[in-house]
Design a protein around this ligand. Structure first.
Ligand code: SER
Length: 296
């Protein structure tokens, strides 16, 4: 039925998911703002904005008063650290949009976790059974909220160490985090024994990172406690769309696929017939997006 198909595509489209996210957090009392520039302002520690929280660092540290204690954005981000994975994995891009909700000394773990679950499962209707979560090794409090308030079975809550579940930049606000993963199914995985959340393959894909921002990392790598406890969450819009649209990889979500199709048109190539060419097509698509955004 053509009508239903159009509705479904529209509901799961990148533009609609972005709108649903921001509306949801507006309904929870957040001030929603446009994306800040990719070029950091008054921040010598960063070359490019690579996270939703980066333009808001001054509010986390208390250097400036935020316009509201609760904010939500969809931030343009460039991350060059993943550049070698682009085109090869289902989930990496150098340019992406990060959906984020932030609390500056207002709500903390409880609300951040419960609202994340409400948005994913009630509003966006993602199948609960396919979601897993991780918490920082020592974070009994987050584990307890996931288990007792949200109802996640203990076997689907995985404790991970600092490499995975502690979020920080070179300097600035940082803290332990809790991540939400979507299981794309065994056919998308490496098939190795013990493949589970935290494996490098494309089966369990991290969609949302909830950071419990409590520290201010200094240049000498010491962590000073921040005056107040904060929340910084980040969810890759394109990854979420990949999961919701049920496509094989991030290059096949609606808006990126349009760029990819154009790359094929002007280069006279066909996507999906030769693995090596497909990787190249994905790399070119990625780099066109990033370059365009950086130029703009
Ligand atoms: N700062 C965290 C991240 O970039 C959450 O927003 O993943």
């Amino acid at each position: 039925n053509g009508g239903n198909k159009v509705d479904k595509i529209d509901r799961f489209s990148i533009n609609n998911i972005r709108k649903e996210y921001l509306n949801f957090f507006k309904s929870k009392g957040h001030l929603t703002e446009q994306s800040f520039s990719l070029i950091p302002k008054n921040d010598k520690s960063l070359l490019l904005i690579g996270a939703g929280m980066a333009p808001l660092k001054k509010y986390f540290t208390g250097a400036e008063i935020p316009p509201a204690k609760r904010m939500a954005t969809c931030q343009k981000c460039v991350r060059t650290g993943d550049v070698e994975n682009v085109g090869l994995t289902a989930r990496h891009l150098t340019f992406f949009e990060m959906l984020g909700n932030f609390s500056f000394g207002d709500y903390f773990k409880n609300e951040a976790i419960v609202w994340a679950w409400e948005l994913l499962t009630d509003v966006l209707k993602i199948d609960k059974d396919r979601l897993w979560v991780t918490v920082y090794l020592e974070d009994d409090e987050a584990e307890n909220i996931w288990h007792t308030k949200v109802g996640i079975p203990m076997e689907k809550i995985v404790r991970l160490g600092k490499d995975d579940n502690f979020w920080e930049l070179e300097v600035g606000p940082s803290g332990p985090c809790s991540e939400i993963y979507f299981d794309r199914g065994a056919d998308k995985g490496c098939g190795k024994e013990g493949c589970t959340v935290g494996c490098d393959c494309d089966r369990f894909i991290e969609v949302w990172n909830l950071v419990f921002t409590q520290f201010d990392r200094q240049e000498d790598m010491t962590y000073l406690p921040l005056k107040s406890k904060n929340i910084d969450t980040g969810m890759g819009l394109e990854r979420l769309a990949c999961v919701m649209q049920g496509v094989d990889n991030i290059f096949e979500v609606d808006t990126i696929r349009s760029v990819l199709n154009h790359v094929c048109d002007i280069s006279g190539t066909k996507y999906g017939s030769d693995y090596k060419k497909d990787v190249s097509i994905r790399v070119i698509t990625d780099h066109c997006r990033s370059a365009s955004m950086m130029v703009s």
